[in-house]
Ligand binder design. Structure first.
Ligand code: HC0
Ligand code: SF4
Length: 574
């Protein structure tokens, strides 16, 4: 431990800590921009390029960047001297001098860290003017919109993509004033190995990387009286949407959210959780079949589209092991345009399915050619949690004063097993609840498989089901997934089933959720909300959902039936 003094306050901090870490211990705020400290996974953006966090160190002539300067015994630091403040302001003024001034119409308006810094540092005029960099925008993908004129070269996206996700889609390209961060040869993102996980979007401090905005499309659909517009909401949205209206992360707002969607004018408000239960029926059936036959193991969950794109690009030799199940929101689209359409006496082509997801990759997934049923896309439009928040605000709905409403029937009925899909470990736990009772024919003493829960990036558990010992692994974050896949490729894997989600924390940490600015505590709070919903549910096993029993009895037949395969399963590209 070393002893340091910051703004006349003394503190002991571990050797090797930075000035920024020491100051935070004392609740002294030093502004930052390029800094990103994902401490739970011990990942730091090492660039220290923006120089916004400079402070005075006694005995040193130059100001020191707090984020990358380690403390030493007896160090005396001043963070609030006029010289430090003026220097920070100058750095921000220089960044703004080469930044578009369209904040009023930017998608990041009020969520932009550069805008916040300019406000906090009292920047009141643009002192420097000169050459502005201009770049064509990349608007060609379905998921991510890239405007490099707003890039501040912080490299947070690069750290996320390369060090955390190990996708290596982004790097510094060009030199000097022409340097940009992007795919090699400035290729558009949809022509690269990018998985559209959206984690670069989640950490971009400005509007350089944002989701493709589908809000105008949804407004148009709601205006179109010839269409029946059905909306479904993913598990993780209900514990995060409230943050956009000032509520604490993890606050459960299911009832208000349903009420807001009805007020916005959707014809039916349903739950992706219904389809998560359906996924479990199909996936547990597949798991039992593969374990019994000893083929194509370990089975990999296939509901995360970024993870699916990752294994398609990086592990094409292992395409026999992912589950063939479509993701829940795609299954939902398929049954809406067949089962529900015929129940309601509607023409399939007059039905539109909108998904509200915590994820930007779901936008890409919905447009995949494999994901259509009988000639129609399963899902027509995807909006993120943030986009739903914007629609609610645009419509002038007072979210906090809404009364709780219930989902519509029958595709709004779900179980606790379905909602836990939103957190890492949840899909496999839900599958185990159903697989265990199917195999043993006896009710579980406890439905909670706590051994697969948690925030550790890679986890494993041995689960005993009757005579059968199942080796389970869970990974979240694509870098962790890569480790598991490499061990399978080498023939060293002992697992029967593996759950993988691309985003840290699972869907609660998705790239379309309210920005958490690298604070993983927020993801933990959302996770607690998810498990609280599960505990509060009357039915906590997918196979006990009455609406699921009904759809098999009256429409699909058995799990794994011919029709189930046609509507609910998919193929992968090589
Ligand atoms: Fe997820 Fe899903 S749980 S991917 O994480 O499986 O996005 O929340 O909607 O489809 O159900 C995201 C969340 C979903 C799907 C479900 C799965
Ligand atoms: Fe990398 Fe994910 Fe961003 Fe694509 S979406 S560039 S994979 S971080």
């Amino acid at each position: 431990m070393v002893h340091v003094k910051i703004n006349n306050k003394e503190i002991m901090v571990p050797k090797g800590a930075t000035i920024l870490q020491a100051a935070r211990e004392l609740n002294i705020n030093i502004p930052t921009l390029c800094h990103l400290d994902l401490h739970n996974i011990k990942m730091v953006n090492k660039g220290a390029s923006c120089r916004v966090c400079v402070v005075e160190v006694e005995g040193r002539r130059n100001l020191a960047p707090a984020c990358s300067t380690p403390v030493f015994e007896g160090m005396v630091i001043k963070t609030d001297s006029m010289r430090a403040i003026k220097s920070r302001r100058t750095m921000v003024e220089l960044l703004i001098s080469d930044h578009p001034k369209d904040c009023l119409v930017c998608l990041k308006n009020q969520d932009c860290e550069l805008q916040q810094l300019a406000a906090d540092l009292g920047v009141r005029n643009i002192r420097y003017s000169g050459e502005m960099s201009t770049y064509p925008v990349d608007a060609a993908s379905k998921a991510i919109y890239r405007d490099l004129s707003k890039c501040v070269l912080c490299r947070r996206c690069e750290t996320m993509c390369n060090d955390v996700q190990t996708v290596y889609a982004l790097s510094g390209v060009g030199r000097g004033f022409d340097t940009v961060v992007g795919p090699a040869f400035n290729a558009p993102m949809h022509k690269t190995v990018c998985t559209f996980c959206g984690q670069c979007v989640a950490v971009c401090p400005t509007g350089a990387l944002v989701e493709v905005d589908n809000v105008p499309k949804v407004w148009d659909l709601l205006e179109n009286k010839k269409k029946t517009v059905v909306v479904q909401v993913a598990p993780a949205v209900r514990v995060a949407l409230g943050e956009l209206f000032g509520l604490a992360p993890g606050t459960i707002v299911t009832g208000k959210m349903v009420s807001a969607l009805k007020t916005l004018g959707f014809d039916f408000v349903f739950d992706t959780d219904f389809a998560a239960d359906l996924t479990i029926m199909e996936e547990a059936h597949e798991l039992i079949e593969r374990v019994t036959e000893g083929t194509n193991l370990p089975i990999l969950t296939s509901c995360c589209p970024a993870w699916v794109k990752f294994f398609e690009h990086q592990f094409p030799d292992l395409l026999n092991i992912p589950s063939t199940c479509k993701s829940p929101h795609e299954m939902f689209g398929a049954v809406t345009k067949t089962y529900l359409a015929s129940k309601l006496g509607l023409k399939r082509e007059d039905m539109v399915v909108v998904s509200v997801m915590p994820c930007v990759a779901k936008k890409y997934e919905a447009a995949r050619p494999e994901l259509e049923s009988k000639g129609l896309q399963d899902v027509d439009v995807v909006i993120t949690t943030r986009e739903l928040g914007r629609m609610i605000k645009e419509a002038g709905i007072d979210f906090l004063s809404l009364h709780d409403e219930d989902y519509d029937d029958p595709l709004g009925r779900s179980t606790g097993a379905a909602v836990i899909f939103g957190a890492t470990g949840g899909v496999i736990e839900a599958a185990l609840r159903t697989a265990a009772e199917t195999i043993t024919g006896k009710p579980l003493e406890s439905v909670e498989f706590v051994e697969v829960r948690g925030m550790q990036g890679l986890r494993e558990a041995k689960v005993e089901i009757g005579e059968l010992g199942l080796n389970i692994a869970v990974a979240h974050g694509l870098g962790n997934a890569r480790k598991l896949l490499e061990s399978i490729r080498k023939g060293e894997s002992k697992y029967h089933a593996i759950e993988i989600m691309a985003c840290p924390g699972g869907c609660v940490g998705g790239g379309g959720q309210p920005y958490h600015h690298g604070d993983l505590e927020i993801i933990k709070k959302r996770t607690r909300g998810i498990y609280e919903i599960d505990r509060s549910m009357e039915i906590r096993k997918s196979h006990e959902n009455p609406a699921i029993k009904e759809i098999y009895e009256n429409f699909l037949g058995e799990p794994g039936s011919h029709l189930a395969h046609e509507l609910l399963h998919t193929t992968y590209f090589e």
